[in-house]
Design a binder for this molecule. Structure first.
Ligand SMILES: [Zn+2]
Ligand SMILES: [Zn+2]
Ligand SMILES: [Zn+2]
Length: 401
């Protein structure tokens, strides 16, 4: 029996959800290629297992019946994915040629600084106009991003008002958690789908209302009338009959509209409940992003907040490390993050797709003089954001803020 909730994916080889599986397999190179995999999203034989009518599991009261393949289901209901698979990785595409971008002109640098200064609460703009730029140094930085799109599955016992669904439990063996068909709407986009597992549904009377569909109103104890709010039940007010209740001291119960009954919320008035196994399928896009060859001196958070120029991108069932790139640090980063993604995600989920992107983030360090002060600032990202920690004309209030 599994720990509550966890259903590992079947030990069968892995699905290639999107048919993108390259035939190419470099022997001896990580990840080791294995036998081709069945496809979770396409043509898979439905429920091949012969019907095995296990005895009902009376020990689990929340589960009205034992369903083969769901025995470990408890609170939480996480279903571990099938054993990790190592299909042939997608080889990288052609290496891009344009590895640097034109550096900034003096004018552009000054303009970026001007915009920056105008956004600060009370920086003086004199240095912008009067600064003498003494040096501009391009300092290009790369950002490597690996996206890993995974699927995980949880099963739990669920109930809903019975609205005519067929009680199909045991009419056929229920599909195993990872046999139930589910396809994400869009790759690399988070999504959750809840699916009623076929052949797990039973219908019972609603206990909350004893299958009547209505319960007694608590406000008026089922009488349909409550104490008059104007005369507090006296029937009289000042020196005459209470006008609100015509001296009866009672008024219609506003909660049940005078009927004394309310619709049962458990069954929505349907009198019966459908019990079934609910499979929650969750697709998650995990983004791992790392700056490479960062000599800018800027904070990583600053660099991560800007966009750059995309130099390379590929995707596949599992991507292949970017070996042979002009910049070895990018190769190393890609190799490491891809390897880590295996151990991080393959255990509790299925990796459906990966996508890797290399971006060039332009950074220019600018040195300038103003009134015999030597200062500097950096312009970074396509947005030309500026960091100018030693800007010479600031005021105290900004520092405090
Ligand atoms: Zn009254
Ligand atoms: Zn009532
Ligand atoms: Zn009910």
């Amino acid at each position: 029996m599994n720990p509550a909730g966890v259903y590992p994916p079947p030990t069968t080889p892995a699905p290639n959800a999107f048919g993108n599986q390259p035939a190419y397999a470099a022997p001896g190179v990580y990840p080791p290629p294995t036998a081709p995999a069945p496809n979770a999203f396409g043509n898979q034989p439905a429920y091949a297992a012969p019907a095995m009518h296990h005895p009902l599991n009376a020990a689990v009261p929340t589960m009205p019946m034992g369903v083969p393949g769901y025995e470990g289901m408890g609170s939480g209901g996480f279903v571990p994915p099938p054993a990790p698979t190592q299909p042939a990785p997608a080889p990288p595409g052609p290496v891009p040629e344009n590895w640097s971008i034109p550096s900034l002109t003096e004018e552009e640098a000054r303009e970026a600084l001007e915009n920056f200064v105008s956004e600060q609460c009370c920086y003086g703009s004199d240095p912008v106009k009067e600064a003498v730029i003494t040096n501009m140094e391009p300092c290009n930085t790369f950002r490597y991003r690996l996206e890993t799109f995974t699927e995980s599955r949880n099963a739990e016992q669920a109930q809903k008002p019975h609205e005519g669904e067929v009680a199909d439990f045991y009419t056929q063996p229920a599909p195993q958690p990872w046999e139930v068909q589910a396809t994400p709407t869009k790759l690399f986009t988070d999504e959750i789908k809840e699916i009623r597992v076929p052949f797990t549904s039973t219908v019972q009377d609603c206990n909350n209302c004893q299958a009547k569909g209505k319960i007694s109103c608590k406000k008026c104890n089922g009488k349909g009338k409550s104490v008059c709010s104007l005369c507090n039940g006296n029937g009289r007010r000042d020196d005459g009959d209470c006008p609100k209740c015509s001296a009866s001291g009672k008024e219609r119960c506003g909660i049940c509209d005078g009927t004394g009954k309310k619709e049962c919320k458990t069954c929505d008035g349907k009198c019966r409940l459908l019990s079934y196994i609910k499979l929650k399928v969750e697709w998650t896009n995990h983004v791992d992003s790392q700056m490479v060859q960062d000599q800018s001196g800027l904070k990583p958070d600053c660099l991560q907040s800007v966009t750059g120029k995309e130099l390379f991108q590929n995707s596949g069932f599992m991507v292949y490390p970017l070996l042979g790139f002009p910049n070895p640090a990018i190769s190393d980063t890609s190799e490491r993050l891809i390897r880590e993604s295996q151990s991080k995600f393959a255990q509790n989920s299925r990796i459906l797709q990966q996508r890797q992107t290399v971006e060039l983030i332009p950074v220019t360090k600018v040195k300038y003089q103003w009134k015999s002060n030597d200062c500097s600032f950096s312009v970074y990202g396509s947005e030309r954001k500026v960091q100018a920690d030693d800007y010479p004309d600031t005021c105290a209030c900004c520092v405090i803020l």
